[in-house]
Every structure is written in structure tokens, then in C-alpha cells.
Design a binder for this molecule. Sequence first.
Ligand code: SIN
Length: 532
Amino acid sequence: MKITSDFLVIGSGIAGLSFALKVADHGTVSIITKREISVTATDLAQGGIASVFSEEDSFDEHVRDTMVAGAFLPHEDVVRMVVEAGPGAIQDLINWGVQFTRKEDGAYDLTREGGHSRRRILHAHDATGREIERALVEAVRSHPNITIYENHAAVDLITEAKVRKRRVQPNRCLGAYVLDVEQGVVLTIGARITILATGGAGKVYLYTCNPDVATGDGVAMAYRAGAAVANMEFMQFHPTTLFHPHAKSFLISEAVRGEGAILRRRDGTAFMESYHQLKDLAPRDIVARAIDNEMKKYGDDCVFLDITHRGPDYIRERFPNIYQTCMSFGIDMTSQPIPVVPAAHYLCGGVRVDLWGESEIRNLFAIGEVSCTGLHGANRLASNSLLEGIVFADRAAERSLVRLSDEPIPYPPIEPWDPGSARNSDEEVVVAHNWDEIRRSMWNYVGIVRSNKRLVRALRRIQMVQEEITDYYWDFYITSDLIELRNITTVAELIVRCALKRHESRGLHYTIDYPKTDDVRWKKDTIVRKTF
Ligand code: SIN
């Protein structure tokens, strides 16, 4: 089956949905999403969205905090653009119905997180993403030009080079092949503009606070299609996720530390003072590494986050979601410290894009976590990601509307998906085993502290899985599990290759082989492209 649309949006978090709303009055929009529409990282975002909203704050300070947290790798022009666009972008969210928490006097309640020198984070209690997702889903569902395809997983991008079976310059994106998961058939969706808003790739690691959908699909598809991918070595580990066998790395927001929580050893000693002058509010890479070090040094399975001194009423009112979740696991955060460990949280690298969110493939945009815009550098400043998502959605919308009117060129016909001689698999166990192999290898060998030896070991395992996938992929009907396995394996390879390239330690990439930061040789992005 073939569907055509002016805009194809792959993903349904803040970036994809706000893009759809910005363009929907000018053309038809198809949104495809792998599960139900709200199963996104946006929906799980707790802390909030950073922007200069207070008289005491300034754009310059937000720029400086972003540069410092990013270990001076962020592109300052991009940082400034995003920071200055912040208040307007937040106003868009408010206009779409998002309700941020206010103080008694009616002003927005601004919280703090690691690396911020000011209170500048708007939030909706401790479930900010859920409130944003709610409002955006309501708005897209009621727009007549937007069609939502839930349970549809993108398989591969369709490019002009692929269709014509030769190099073309510029290579344009023409849409995507998409698996209708319930029917088991692959659809062809032709589009004049394709938007990757597929989010991150935390599922590449064994422990992650990301949703199950975070399998790096956009990065993997863009790479396979020939677009440049950058800075994949910078995977951010959130310092504090709940340590409990059944909690699936539930996030304990950094806003808890922003409101005074202290990290302690098992014996109650606070330890961040010996790692950074900002103590518990140091940038995230520093806190995660400190916790990793403490756990190794004392042989502990976790450390403890203590906010009991703020009192039960305040804690229950400010962090209702975290309080209730902890209680469901038998932990009362009003009277006892929360056991926490780091887990994979945010991919700072991704599809390399320009200031308008456009990739190296024409008419293919990447917005939100899937992209590498230059904003985060070597370590993302907390709560800059929702901001980046909405600002770049707006810019991509502006640029693609220009494209739509300037470029009415007819497209070459697209062949339908060819399943070849694929048959039903009777060995799903191979897929399950390989998922585990990738995620465990990445956790053990490509985590918070790295070495060349461990990276090479991981790469060997990844390559073995890749060989099996190639056989499997062509021999059997594709399933969403297989698509995701293929994508996490590609992303794992890209993370390791970028990590092996960077011969220094900077931000989230720390290696014992090159423990120093080397501004002379390495203050630059790591870029990889597929060779055809
Ligand atoms: C958090 O609430 O700690 C997460 C915020 C973020 O990652 O930006």
C-alpha cells in the first residue's frame, strides 16, 4: 500500500508533535509512531524545560552554563540561538494548552538542576513531559490535516539515490518504508518533507530510564541512508535512577537535588564536596562519574539521595510522582534516603543537522534527541532537551514550508517494499539473545569509564551480531523487534566508533587511556558517514 503526504513525521514526542502543529495548516501531515502516541521520552520527562524567565537571569548566563556543562564543545552560535528563542517557544507550548506550575503570586515556579547557575526551569510538578505530551496530543488529534498512525515502525528511509540506484546530488529524501506492526505489512509512505523525531537510544544499554521505544531508529536509518552522524560517544548517564530490582531504572529527577537533596554513602557521609565546588548540583557527567567511583571504591550497589530535611508536606506536593512511585516500592522518601544508581539517559550525538534542523540529505530533517545540532557538545545541560526539541521543530517548520513552495519538482516513482523470499521465523530466540548481547556489552564495555581495550571488545561482539542480523533480516519477515535490534546494533557500533576516534576525555566520554582534555587536537565534533 502507498500513502502520500506533504510531511511525514516519524516520532510523537515534543519535537514531532510541535512540528506537525506548526505545518499542518499548510499541508497534509502523517505522523507515524511505534506504539501508542504517548509512549515517548517526552512523556517521561520529569524535571522541566530550561529558559530565561526571571529578572535575575540572562541569556548570557544560560549560554555560559550550557557551554560549561558541554565541556566547551557546544557551538556557541547554536546555543545562543536556542537560548534566545526559548521564551517564545515556551509561549507556543502555553498557547497549545500546557500548564506549568505557578507560585502563589501567579509567577511561574522556576526550579534548578545540575549545572544551572540560576533558577530557570519551568515545570509541571515533577511530570513536566506528561503535561506537555497531553496538550500536544490533544492538539494534533483535533487537527483535520493530521493523520496519526500508531503501531507503525519506520524500517528505512527512501532516498532518490536508492530509487535511482545511483549517486545523485543533492540526494533527496522521498519518504520511508513503514511496518504496520499489527498487520505485518510494509507500507510505502512518500513525502515531500520527512522529519526524524524518533528520540534517543537508551535501549542500547542494559540499564536505562528511557522508554522501550528509545532504540535509536532515526540515527540508524539516517546513517544507512548516507547522512552524517556526529558525537555518538557522548551518551549521558543520569546520575540518579531508583535502585530496586523491579523499578526499571525509574528516574529520580535532578530537580530533587535542585531543591536541596544530598548524595550520601551508605554510612550517611555526603561525598559530592570532594568532586566539585557545585557539590550535588555539579554538571551531570561529573556527578555520574563520582557515583560510579563511590560505588566501586566502597563495593556498594548504590548510593543514597537524601531530601528528608525538606519535610513531608513539601516533598509530597513538589514531587508527587516520584513520591508515589518510591512508595510503591516500599521507600518513603520523606523519611528515608532513596537508593540510586546511574543509568543511560540521553544521547547528545545524533544525525548532524544545520541551524534549521536539516540533515545532509535534502528534505530530511532531524529534530529533538535524534539530532546533533551543536547545542549539547560533550554533555547536555539538564532541561535543555525539551527546549531544543521545540525550538528546532519551529525552525524546521519554517525551512520546510519554504521548500514546499520553492521545490515543486515531481518525484521519481518509488518501488513498493520487496520482501524477497522472506518466510516466518521459527527462531525468535536469536533476536532476543542478540538484544541482550548488545545491551550487556555496551553496559560493561562502553559505559561511564572506558578504555581502548573495552571498546574494541565491544566492537567485536557488535560485529558478530551484525552478521547474524544480515542473514536474519533477509531470510525472515521483519518484525518490530528485528527492526529495533538492527537499529540498536547500528547505534552501538556508531557509539563505539566515535569513542575510539576521540583520543581525549571530555564531558561524557571518559577513557583511562586518554584521561586529559586536549583542546588543541580534539575540541571538535566526531563525524562518521557510511561508505557506499
Ligand atoms: C531530570 O528530571 O532529572 C531530567 C531532566 C533532563 O534530563 O533534562
